[in-house]
Structures are given as structure tokens and as C-alpha cells.
Design a protein. Structure first.
Length: 571
């Protein structure tokens, strides 16, 4: 009997084990299905974000093609009615651009690709710059935009791009909900955090509107949330997407801060922000990259003009852009001052570079066949083209894209949509920088002042040039033809590279090199007094001392004999 009972129990346990095993298998299958579904949902989410990003990038080029020509038409028009209509187009285009930028920022936040970069600057100057951009809007509605700043030392480290996005959204929001004749007040001051015993930065934006309904206070920072219970005052060029405040909160949290909102006792509400206040760089060990050249935008000098393309004395620009309208628009901007060549992608650009003399390259980043990064890399790797300045245009505003461009030798970077004057100014700045380097090089005859990468083709080229000159400058028979042979390249390539990097042809370079050596010898001879001017002229490869004196006087604006008697340093 007991044996039968044990057999029954064993059977029952076996059945239970089987059931448990089947259940475990079922649970495992369900778990795998959930994992697959989760991955599918995640992939769909990523695809959706990438779709929005790609669409946003595509919007930037046509927006540029609206804003740029409209700005030019406004400058050229003298009809007030036409100007008024064009201003409507420009204003709405910029509004469209703001929406595109918000979409792109939203994608970066959602995909956790937002970039934070701290740099030391004047915080109050940055805030004031943002507030000033809102003056036309508040004046139209008789709103007072008040400042309450109490920062004794406004110089510290902060992310200016994030600050701009945060304040733009909060101020736009405040204007939208403030009645005509109302007030908006911006507060900035340092505070002491008792919990952490640290100095913090307090920012507040206070308005005099109707406030936020209680049922909305807890939802105001949720993405896509739009209150249906608040009175909205019409503001030209503003509408609600439900993204702005969500972006603000995400950015502030990434900065290590917090944001909250409360209704005021009398009227309106106040958005309050608390951020870490960094007196030293929280990203120490990183590298600062200056993306915008803030030098003067005056015209390039006459010496630059002398080095321009032989045809009509103008430089030749190669514009590489796959969008037909954008390509023609850029060429139309350049055509009054420069000659232009066109290419639709990097492969075509390289073909043109093989058969044409090009002084400057402007290229889009994202193109079929070969993108701007690869094109720049190929240009800088080739000895015959490595000296050509390269300006990148792109709709990608991320710091990663910019760093990738600078790493392959791009001289400067402009984000679409761009202002016509910004493009021309950046070009002139690059040319002026080249001109300054050329002048310094002519004086010092050292590659150190050219700030070249040690492994770059241009550095190797100039080092070889100086090596050849050092070995041959004393030989009076050493000519431009001998220079070409010693360098092992064609006459046109040698002259093109020397012109671009030193501002001199091969013949001029030989003469200037000899004159610089002569200058040093004359200064040295002041102490030793063991040589006369004719001896020095012969020492540096001049056959005729009189010709040497003329060349020396013209180049240094002082005669050799006066230099001997003069105690001043090199002019």
C-alpha cells in the first residue's frame, strides 16, 4: 500500500515538473517575444527620430535659399512697399528656421546625443545679447522687459548654446502669455546652496500674465503638452509646439540643474532655474575650439589681390554642392569678386582640381558619391592641393560634425542657413589670415609661425623649400629653374604652392630669402665690422652690389648703409 502511494506521488511530482517545465518554456518564449517587441519599438522610435532629423536637415537648404536672396533683395530695393513685403518673407523664414532647430534639438535630447560644451565668458553679456533680440517684439506690444542682475563677477564657465536655447524658449513663452502693456522681468544672481555648501546660479523669468491653471502646473514640462486653459496673446511668428519647455528642462538637467514654475501672488508666473556655477572648467582636460572667427570684416589687402588668379586678377573658387539652386546661389554671391567653378559632389570636385587652378574651395558636408569630409581629406593629402583653403557649409550643427571637419584640415565651418555677409566675411578672414602668415614668414623664414600640422604636406613642402634655399642661396647662379629641379616638381606647382603659402613666386622667394640672410649678416657685422656691404652682397648670392642695394632698400625700406648706422631693429 505504501509502495503504491509512493508511486502515485512520484507520478504526480513528475507531472508537476512537466507542467512547470512547460510553463518555464512558455515564459521564456514570452520573454523573448517581449524582447523582440521592445527592440522593434526601440528601432521604430530610432527610425522616427532619424526621419525627423533627416527632414529637418533637408529643410535647412531651402530656408537658406529663401533667407539669403530675400536679404539681398531688401538691400537692393528702394521701394518701401516691396521692402515691407520682403520683410514678411524673411521674418516667416526665420520663424520656420526656429521650428526646424527645435525639431533637431528635440531629436538630440531624445536620442541622448545633445552636446554640452563649457567655455569661460561673460555671462551677463550673453544674457543681454539674448534679451536685446526680443526688444522689437516687446516694443510692438508695449511690454517692459526688465533686468534684475546682481552678479559681481560675471566671468565663469557655462554652455552658451544651451543658455541661448533655454532663455529663448522661456522668453518666447513669457511674451506669448503676457498682455499688452505688461511686464517681463529676468533675474540673475548667485545663491548659496545650503545642502551642498556650493555657489549656484539663480535665473528667473517672471511675467505679468494670467498665470498657469493649477491642473497644468504638474504637466507643463512634459513633451508635447499644451495647456488649453491659458490665454494666449498673439505674437507674430510664434506658435506652440509643446516642445519648448520640455527641451528647457532636459537641457537644464543635463547641465546639472533644476527648473520649476510657480504662479505669482498678484499676476502671472515665474520660471526659476538653479544651475551649478563653475569658476573653473568642469570639462578640464578637453580642448577648446573657436568655431567663429571674430576678426574685422574689412576688405583683403592689395597684396592678396596681387596673388589672385591670372584671369582678370581674381581668385578662382570651386563650389561643391549637390543642390542645384544652392550651388548657383553661392556662385551668385561670389561672382562679383571671384571666378567660380562648380561641382555636384566630391568625386567631380577632384576631377576639376586635377585640370584647373583653384584658389579656394567651398563645399557642402552631406553629398552623394563623396561627402565634404572625404573631399577635404583627399585635398589635404595631395601635395598639389593641400595648400588650398577649405570652407565647409552644412546643415549639421553638432559639435561632432564640426570637430570631424577641423580634424581633416577644414579652415572654417558655416552652418546653414547662413547670412550672405557671414559667408563673405568668413572668406575674407581666411584670406587675411593667410596674408598675415605670408608676411610673417617673409620676415622670419620659419615654418613655426605658419601653425602647420607637423605631418601635413604643406609643412613638409615648406621645410623642403627652406632646406633647398639653405643649401643654395650663396650660389649666384642658383635660379628659379634650379629651384624647380631641386624641389622635384613642376614649375606651375612650385609657384602655386609658394604663392599660396608665402605670397611669393619661386624667383621672388629666392631673392627675399637672400635679403633676409643679408639683413642678419649686416646686424651681426655691426659688432664685428669685418665685412663691407659688397662682401655681404656676394655672400648671399648677388653678383651686383648696386642691384643688391636697390633690392634691399625696396624690400626693407632702408638702405644697407643706413641699417649699419641705425640702432633700430628690423622694420
Amino acid at each position: 500500500m505504501q509502495k503504491e502511494t509512493l508511486v502515485e506521488q512520484k507520478k504526480e511530482l513528475s507531472q508537476q515538473n512537466l507542467i512547470l517545465s512547460q510553463q518555464n518554456e512558455k515564459i521564456t518564449q514570452q520573454k523573448n517575444q517581449l524582447i523582440k517587441m521592445s527592440r522593434k519599438v526601440h528601432r521604430m522610435h530610432v527610425d522616427k527620430l532619424e526621419f525627423f532629423t533627416n527632414i529637418s536637415h533637408e529643410f535647412r537648404t531651402p530656408i537658406t535659399l529663401i533667407i539669403g536672396p530675400v536679404q539681398r533683395a531688401i538691400r537692393l530695393s528702394s521701394d518701401p512697399h516691396v521692402i515691407e513685403q520682403l520683410n514678411y518673407v524673411e521674418r516667416n523664414s526665420r520663424y520656420l528656421l526656429n521650428l526646424v532647430n527645435q525639431l533637431m534639438d528635440f531629436q538630440k535630447v531624445e536620442s541622448k546625443k545633445i552636446e554640452i560644451t563649457f567655455a569661460k565668458d561673460n555671462f551677463l553679456h550673453s544674457v543681454e545679447s539674448i534679451l536685446s533680440s526680443f526688444e522689437p517684439q516687446v516694443q510692438d506690444r508695449d511690454i517692459s522687459l526688465l533686468r534684475r542682475f546682481s552678479l559681481s563677477d560675471p566671468l565663469f564657465f557655462f554652455d552658451s548654446e544651451s543658455l541661448h536655447k533655454i532663455l529663448i524658449n522661456l522668453l518666447s513663452n513669457a511674451i506669448k502669455y503676457t498682455p499688452n502693456g505688461g511686464n517681463i522681468t529676468v533675474y540673475v544672481r548667485p545663491v548659496h546652496d545650503r545642502k551642498t555648501d556650493e555657489e549656484k546660479l539663480y535665473i528667473a523669468v517672471k511675467d505679468s500674465g494670467a498665470g498657469i491653471p493649477e491642473q497644468d502646473l504638474g504637466k507643463i514640462f512634459k513633451r508635447f503638452y499644451q495647456s488649453r486653459h491659458r490665454t494666449v496673446f498673439p505674437v507674430y511668428g510664434q506658435s506652440s509646439t509643446g516642445i519648448g519647455l520640455y527641451l528647457c528642462k532636459q537641457l537644464i538637467q543635463l547641465l546639472g540643474g533644476s527648473i520649476w514654475v510657480k504662479n505669482n501672488k498678484k499676476a502671472g508666473c515665474t520660471f526659476r532655474i538653479l544651475l551649478p556655477l563653475y569658476r573653473s572648467n568642469p570639462q578640464s582636460g578637453g580642448t577648446d575650439h573657436q568655431m567663429v572667427d571674430k576678426r574685422s570684416d574689412s576688405e583683403t589687402g592689395q597684396s592678396t589681390e596681387k596673388r589672385e588668379n591670372k584671369q582678370k586678377g581674381r581668385l578662382t573658387f570651386l563650389v561643391v554642392e549637390d543642390n542645384h539652386d544652392m550651388r548657383n546661389y553661392i556662385c551668385s554671391i561670389l561672382s562679383s569678386s571671384y571666378n567660380t567653378l562648380k561641382a555636384t559632389h566630391g568625386v567631380e570636385a577632384l576631377t576639376i582640381l586635377d585640370s584647373h587652378h583653384v584658389d579656394f574651395i567651398i563645399s557642402d558636408l552631406m553629398m552623394p558619391e563623396m561627402d565634404g569630409i572625404e573631399l577635404s581629406k583627399r585635398v589635404k593629402e595631395k601635395m598639389s592641393t593641400s595648400h588650398i583653403p577649405f570652407l565647409m557649409l552644412t546643415a549639421k550643427s553638432s559639435e561632432t560634425a564640426q570637430l570631424d571637419s577641423y580634424r581633416v584640415g577644414v579652415d572654417s565651418y558655416i552652418i546653414k542657413p547662413f547670412d550672405e555677409e557671414m559667408l563673405i566675411t568668413r572668406i575674407r578672414n581666411i584670406l587675411k589670415a593667410r596674408q598675415r602668415y605670408q608676411q610673417l614668414f617673409s620676415e622670419k623664414m620659419s615654418t613655426d609661425i605658419l601653425e602647420m600640422d607637423e605631418e601635413s604636406n604643406d609643412k613638409k613642402f615648406m621645410d623642403r623649400v627652406l632646406e633647398v634655399m639653405k643649401d643654395n642661396y650663396q650660389d649666384p647662379d642658383f635660379s628659379a629653374g634650379d629651384f624647380v629641379k631641386a624641389m622635384g616638381m613642376s614649375k606651375s606647382l612650385l609657384n602655386n604652392k609658394l604663392n599660396a603659402l608665402s605670397g611669393r613666386s619661386s624667383g621672388e622667394f629666392i631673392r627675399v630669402y637672400r635679403l633676409n640672410i643679408a639683413y642678419s649678416k649686416i646686424l651681426h657685422n655691426k659688432k664685428t665690422k669685418n665685412k663691407n656691404i659688397s662682401d655681404i652682397a656676394y655672400d648671399v648670392g648677388f653678383n651686383d652690389p648696386k642691384y643688391f642695394t636697390r633690392c634691399f632698400s625696396r624690400h626693407f625700406n632702408i638702405t644697407p648703409s643706413r641699417l649699419i648706422d641705425n640702432d633700430e631693429d628690423k622694420p
